[in-house]
Design a protein around this ligand. Structure first.
Ligand code: NAI
Ligand code: PHE
Length: 364
């Protein structure tokens, strides 16, 4: 059974949830501020249809927590947050603009405790609209002073992560001849495909949109895989670049890959799935580390004044961080998820005024 809003609020370890019901659009706006230990919370705005507002709140909370770890593991001066606009249908035109402006007012009222950016179903153009009412927004179009889409650099980070995971699993980072199944050919997955093709990987692809699959087949020579076979098709690397929650007690035993390394946020249904992957002999690149390229792009270019070369070096660093995590996990008998969280938690603890280590977390 899914939790109620009361249960979710009672058990969350984040700092605050800001909620507004927008009657005009029948939309629930949730902003989750998980941690401001390393700076104002930051994370994208997800627009989605949910069955119940409690499901949207649960998503907000999990995603916000993931952002805390993402920012800390990436060494960025930001806390973790996330916003969910739970809508009855995806709005377009003036309806969309109106909703985004009201949401922007809500962000502005928080004075930088939460800073937003694009996420599922929100774009750089949406960030331009939000930017009309608040400066606490990343990822506007370059014409409006932003760094544009974070998807291509997320793909670059994932590419470096796949190489690092292959080095760990197979003893070599080289991708020539390796089979890589990319699930989801959107902003991230499609760019990733080209990077993998350039290295001579054997490409397998799947997407709910048949046109995207056909294009990848035509332009990148990829082999299509039926959606329902995505997780059980034999391959060296499975790269989830679509939706989260796909790695479960049911799906993990069916996996026929040696590496899981992709962009999707919250790939594990529950924490224990990391253990299941380890026991199945699968190298799992923790999502909040391998997909940090988008955050590096937005913060590096908009806030930290990085040059293109500095950003490229940071994106390559995603691979180096993962190598460190894989080694720590092996050496200490941890899951890669726990090793990644320990790395992030160490940075969070160091930022606490008392420098007290945080209490151990219960395993879910
Ligand atoms: P997108 O919305 O551009 O692309 C998603 C693609 O997945 C679409 O082609 C869609 O048709 C497909 N898809 C949706 N459900 C599917 C399913 N069940 N099976 C197969 N394909 C399916 O999203 P984008 O920007 O490419 O992001 C991909 C993932 O990476 C998302 O989970 C996102 O949260 C995550 N991510 C994205 C970042 C970014 O900067 N864009 C940064 C960090 C994480
Ligand atoms: N939504 C993207 C992510 O999950 C990009 C993003 C990063 C947006 C940081 C805002 C802030 O990484």
């Amino acid at each position: 059974m899914t939790s109620s809003i009361e249960e979710l609020l009672a058990k969350w370890d984040g700092e605050a949830v800001v909620t507004r019901y927008d009657a005009q659009h029948d939309a629930y706006l949730f902003i989750g501020v998980h941690s401001t230990a390393l700076g104002g919370a930051a994370g994208g705005t997800r627009m989605r249809i949910y069955e119940r507002p409690a499901d949207a709140l649960a998503d907000t909370m999990r995603l916000a927590e993931g952002m805390t770890f993402k920012m800390a593991a990436a060494g960025l001066p930001a806390g973790g947050g996330k916003a969910v606009l739970a809508v009855p249908r995806l709005p377009i035109g003036t309806q969309r603009r109106d909703l985004l402006l009201r949401y922007a007012d809500l962000i502005e009222s928080l004075h930088g405790t939460y800073r937003t950016g694009p996420d599922m179903n929100t774009s750089a153009a949406d960030m331009d609209v939000i930017g009309e009412r608040t400066q606490h927004v990343f990822g506007r179009t370059p014409e409006h002073g932003g760094a544009g889409s974070s998807a291509p650099d997320t793909a670059v980070g994932v590419y470096h992560g796949i190489r690092a995971a292959c080095a760990h699993a197979f003893g070599s980072p080289e991708l020539a001849g390796r089979s890589v199944l990319v699930q989801g050919l959107g902003g991230v997955g499609r760019v990733l495909l080209d990077l993998l093709a350039r290295d001579g990987a054997r490409l397998l692809v799947t997407d709910i949109d048949p046109d995207r699959v056909a294009e990848a087949q035509r332009a990148a020579g990829a082999t299509p895989v039926a959606m329902e076979d995505a997780l059980s098709t034999p391959c060296d690397v499975l790269s989830p670049c679509a939706v989260g929650g796909l790695l479960t007690a049911q799906s993990i035993p069916a996996l026929r890959c040696r590496v899981v390394a992709g962009a999707a946020n919250n790939q594990l249904a529950v924490r224990d799935d990391a253990r299941r992957l380890t026991e199945a002999g699968i190298v799992y690149a923790p999502d909040f580390v391998i997909n940090s390229g988008g955050a590096l792009h937005l913060f590096g270019l908009e806030l930290l004044g990085w040059s293109a070369e500095e950003l490229a070096a940071k994106l390559a660093g995603v691979g180096a961080t993962l190598t460190e995590i894989f080694r720590t996990a092996d050496a200490q008998g941890l899951t890669t998820r726990d090793a990644a969280e320990a790395l992030a938690q160490g940075r969070l603890d160091a930022a606490r005024p008392s420098a007290q280590p945080s209490p151990p977390r219960p395993s879910a």
